[in-house]
Design a protein. Structure first.
Length: 277
């Protein structure tokens, strides 16, 4: 693994763990705002290291997989920016000297945006699990164990999502976030990671499904129009084989209306031996 990739991985892991910690706000009374600043600093570095992705947004073809990934990433960026702005508005310590006001709006925005950052971050994580899953496939003795653990963890995450009524924060069905102070910090961490794994598992297998459908959909060039269409019998060319608009030569295939073998008179015209050709 290259140095830059190692740095990216370390930053991503640090961001994930810090955000999971921030989800347990009642456990970090004096450190919550400072952890938030650390998270946003790492997010800026993460964005700079992955700036090439933004540069390629308007380049190339958008497949269903790429479209889904772009929507999740852009939504995550917007939610994170909302989270940053609202953090400053509701700050009672680090940014209190700014005295910006708007604490009520900031509290509402912070409640909703942090919930969406958590969901979108988890979906984003699932989109990038394939390399790690492929490495696990090389060790078949761990493959099924890993799958079973992932499914069980995701299933428990769904339970936690419902039990915590997390959907209320996502859609602003409540104005306050409640914590069970009887639960230990370790249990809160585990439950939050389980809930995150549910969304990550959803996006991981959703991406695989989209890729499978994409691979099974063969696009070809129609000889009559020169445009792409699904593969059918007759009158088609392999995708990108020729540019009809430039007058390049066509490849005559079975079913091509210009293929002389299709003409009935030629198919049954007797040769000099009296046999049909």
């Amino acid at each position: 693994m290259k140095y830059k990739q190692v740095v990216k991985l370390i930053i991503d892991i640090a961001m994930y763990l810090i955000f999971v910690a921030l989800m347990q706000e009642h456990l970090w009374d004096g450190l919550h705002e400072w952890l938030g600043i650390a998270l946003f600093a790492l997010f800026i570095v993460h964005t700079i290291l992955n700036f090439g992705w933004y540069q390629s947004l308007f380049k190339g073809k958008y497949t269903p997989t790429r479209t889904t990934s772009a929507i999740i990433n852009i939504a995550l960026l917007v939610a994170m920016l909302c989270c940053m702005v609202s953090s400053v508005l509701v700050s009672g310590k680090v940014f209190a000297f700014l005295n910006l006001g708007g604490a009520r709006i900031g509290r509402t925005l912070h409640l909703v945006s942090t919930a969406w950052v958590f969901v979108l971050m988890s979906l984003h994580l699932g989109l990038h699990l394939a390399p790690f899953a492929n490495k696990l496939k090389k060790h078949r003795q761990f493959l099924w164990a890993g799958r079973i653990i992932a499914v069980l963890l995701a299933a428990y995450g769904v339970y936690v999502f419902v039990d915590r009524a997390f959907y209320e924060e996502l859609f602003y069905l409540t104005e306050f976030k409640f914590f069970d102070t009887d639960k230990s910090a370790a249990l809160y961490f585990f439950e939050t990671i389980a809930m995150s794994s549910a969304f990550a598992t959803l996006s991981y297998y959703g991406k695989k499904l989209l890729q499978k459908q994409q691979n099974n959909s063969v696009q070809v060039v129609d000889l009559q129009t020169g445009k792409l269409r699904p593969l059918t019998f007759g009158g088609v060319l392999p995708h990108a084989s020729v540019d009809l608009a430039k007058g390049e030569k066509r490849i005559l295939q079975a079913g091509d209306p210009q293929n002389p073998l299709l003409h009935r008179t030629e198919l049954h015209e007797p040769d000099h031996t009296g046999r049909s050709r």
